[in-house]
Design a protein around this ligand. Structure first.
Ligand code: EPU
Length: 319
């Protein structure tokens, strides 16, 4: 979003030994730490961060054979996907072009167009601050939920630095019907090739059209989370004409569009006219303006539909 003040220290972690040294440095200086991957889903506050930001730059990935792939936390997420797709493997192709690093993918259980990290993760190696050493997590230990895991939620949030990620993929292909927007694309373009390479191409095309490139336009992607209804709320929402998907999921982009906000500007931020869940910083300079824009959008949706929106990108803070 290109907002927020400065950090006291920024430490780039390039080798395993740097991880321990970086935490030791922070401890010695009595400051908090915050681990950053690519920063594409993170927002800074105006007061900055009076601590040490650890940037994960651990690089490298390998094909372990039989559909198992391992990559280091600082690798670009999409480079890793390309590597697996080029070898004909399915499981991550629909997550193509999600910005950010591989290390961030299990932290927020990245998902797109019907695939999610929870479906392919085998294990994660992380440095734990309390253990002062490497901890191995199998998938069942990560408590993966919608944009959530043990790494960003609950008592252990923020105290693990992701060293490497191992996934298990299949020589397979996705079958229709696909996630709504992908299905629409398949029909519009009469696509019949659903190989990982073809799905990857389609998803990249959809994203290039709909989502701003964070290197060119200041944005943190989806600005709100989709809404999950309680079972007793479903009938009332459906009666209001709100689309409710399996699991009680209501697309927040639909709510924002149908509250009449698509393309509108709030305090220097624009609700994208291509996908209403995306907020673009056009001219705002401060986090305070973002807070006002967030309030205005959430208020309008609450007034119209009685549902509360929650911010999706995370904010840099002391854990
Ligand atoms: N919709 C509208 N109007 C809009 C946008 C969306 O009505 O302007 C409705 C449509 O019904 C559409 C539905 O919302 O079918 C879903 O829209 P879309 O496929 O664009 O996905 P999304 O739910 O808005 C989520 C993720 C994206 C991810 C896509 C694709 C969240 C918060 N966002 O968006 O992730 O790429 O699905 O799977 O879950 C991100 O997190 O930054 C991000 C871009």
């Amino acid at each position: 979003m290109r907002l927020g003040g400065e950090a006291r220290y920024v430490i780039e972690v390039e080798e395993f030994e740097d991880v321990r040294n970086a935490y030791a440095f922070a401890k010695e200086h009595g400051v908090a730490t915050y681990v950053l991957g690519g920063g594409s889903n993170v927002i800074g506050r105006d007061e900055g961060f009076d601590g040490a930001i650890l940037v994960n730059k651990l690089r490298g990935f390998e094909d372990l054979g039989e559909g198992r792939f391992k990559g280091y936390g600082g690798e670009i997420f999409d480079d890793f996907i390309e590597f697996t797709v080029e070898r004909g493997y399915s499981g991550m192709e629909a997550m193509s072009a999600v910005p950010g690093t591989l290390g961030a993918a299990p932290v927020q259980n990245v998902g797109a167009y019907g695939q999610e990290m929870s479906g392919v993760l085998e294990s994660v190696e992380a440095y734990g601050t309390q253990e002062d050493g490497v901890v191995n997590f199998t998938t069942d230990k990560m408590k993966l939920g919608y944009r959530q895991s043990i790494f960003n939620y609950g008592a252990d949030a923020g105290r693990y630095f992701i060293i490497s990620v191992t996934v298990k993929l299949k020589k397979d292909e996705l079958k229709p019907p696909f996630y709504t927007s992908l299905q629409q694309y398949v029909e519009d373009h009469h696509v019949t090739d659903f190989s990982p390479a073809s799905i990857r191409r389609m998803v990249m095309d959809i994203r290039a059209y709909k989502l701003p490139d964070p290197r060119q336009e200041a944005s943190a992607g989806s600005f709100f989370k989709n809404v999950y209804l309680k079972p007793e709320e479903v009938a009332e929402m459906e009666a209001k004409g709100v689309p409710v998907w399996p699991g009680g999921k209501v697309p927040a982009g639909w709510l924002i569009e149908n509250a009449g906000l698509k393309g509108k500007e709030f305090f220097g931020f624009k609700v994208s006219d291509k996908a209403a869940l995306i907020l673009i910083n056009e001219s705002a300079k401060s986090y305070a303006d973002l807070a006002k824009a967030r309030q205005a959008i959430a208020d309008a949706v609450r007034e119209k539909f009685g549902l509360s929106l929650e911010q999706e990108p995370v904010e840099i803070s002391s854990n």
